[in-house]
Write a protein that binds this ligand. Structure first.
Ligand code: ATP
Length: 337
């Protein structure tokens, strides 16, 4: 940790967007102004940092953005930033503009980028923003709650028509490497079964049996939630169900709709707290930290330490999901936990 007086900081959003990122930006700007620090917005993540795509941000310019989905600073991925030359250009932008510290809002990749910048002498703090809730150091990431609510709303609507036509619905939700979203949504929607990448799933035992049990209990429509990271995705799962049970099985991919929408209270409030904490750390002269939520406490970790952590599925939710769907004890893949 080094001590550097903050006069001007930059804030950017990077990687996949998440509802609540705007509330974090607003909080960073207003907290900075409150502490007598100037703030600039860097648009399009690391791409914007390399290409000096910046906008001044004052009290008024972030007014009313908390309730808006997406990110007013745009988000992007930058291939150039993976190269040392690209990162040198990013550092040059900081020097040119007199940016003493950076707050980056995004996922693991964004934090890896921040770590590289801190090695080049830039003070950095990360805020976890991703609908996947897959940042190991934090029990919660900005956007997860809104995405769960969006998926739940769509699935409830889908259920109405599935019920009328006595069909089996296989719904794919986001989660390339983690099943947090699928698991929560499965519990929230009373799914027949949930298929997530962390499971070592046996289709006959873990999927067909819960469907049969539901049918024996009088059910004529079924809802199966699949995380996109499951091998073969929802189409493969639907094919297995169709071949084994002959049920009229339909696939729905919820897709990017899960990333949008006005953020929930939980996301707005969490983002606001995290934005405040991030600026406070920079103002104290701290760097290379990521803001995390542990239970109801906001804490921070060294970025390298945070990236080395592993996060398992919430065991209580997993147990409840199994009990209520009638799924047997499914072995979880060690390497994904
Ligand atoms: P999401 O959870 O949506 O994937 P993310 O922040 O993990 O969000 P990435 O695409 O992985 O998204 O990373 C965003 C950007 O961060 C990349 O486009 C790249 O510019 C930078 N980045 C990622 N990993 C590294 C790395 N190892 N070194 C330097 N920069 C990186």
């Amino acid at each position: 940790m080094e001590s550097k007086q903050m006069r001007r900081i930059g804030v950017f959003t990077s990687g996949g967007d998440a509802p609540g990122m705007n509330a974090a930006v607003r909080s960073v700007v207003r907290t900075a102004l409150h502490m007598g620090i100037e703030c600039v917005g860097i648009r399009r993540g690391y791409y914007g940092l390399i290409n000096c795509d910046i906008i001044p941000l004052d009290f008024e310019s972030v007014s009313g953005i908390s309730r808006q989905g997406g990110t007013m600073l745009y988000s992007a991925r930058s291939e150039e930033f993976y190269q040392p030359k690209g990162r040198e250009k990013a550092v040059s932008t900081c020097k040119l503009l007199g940016i003493d510290g950076l707050v980056g809002i995004g996922g693991d990749g964004t934090f890896r980028g921040l770590l590289e910048l801190s090695k080049l002498g830039v003070s950095v703090v990360g805020i976890p923003g991703t609908i996947d809730n897959d940042i190991s150091c934090s029990t919660y990431t900005i956007g997860f709650d809104t995405a769960c609510n969006t998926a739940q709303d769509s699935i409830d609507k889908l259920r109405d028509t599935m019920q009328s036509h006595e069909r089996c619905s296989v719904v794919e939700v986001m989660g390339r490497h983690a099943g947090h979203l699928a698991l929560y949504v499965g519990v929230a929607c009373g799914a027949t079964a949930v298929v997530i990448p962390e499971q070592d799933i046996n289709y006959e035992h873990d999927l067909m049996e819960p469907i049969r049990r539901a049918r024996l209990n009088g059910r004529t429509h079924f809802m199966v939630i699949v995380a996109e990271g499951v091998e073969g995705g929802a189409y493969h799962v639907a094919e297995e169900i169709r071949n084994t049970t002959a049920l009229d099985t339909r696939v729905t991919i919820l897709g990017h709709v899960q990333r949008g929408g006005s953020p929930s209270s939980r996301d707005r409030v969490t983002a606001t707290h995290m934005g405040y904490e991030a600026v406070e750390l920079l103002a104290k002269g701290m760097t290379n930290r990521v803001i995390c939520l542990q239970g109801d406490q906001y804490v921070n970790y060294d970025i390298a330490e945070a990236l080395a952590m592993r996060k398992s599925l919430d065991p209580q939710t997993y147990t409840v999901m199994r009990a209520l769907t009638g799924m047997e004890q499914v072995k979880l893949k060690e390497e994904l936990l």
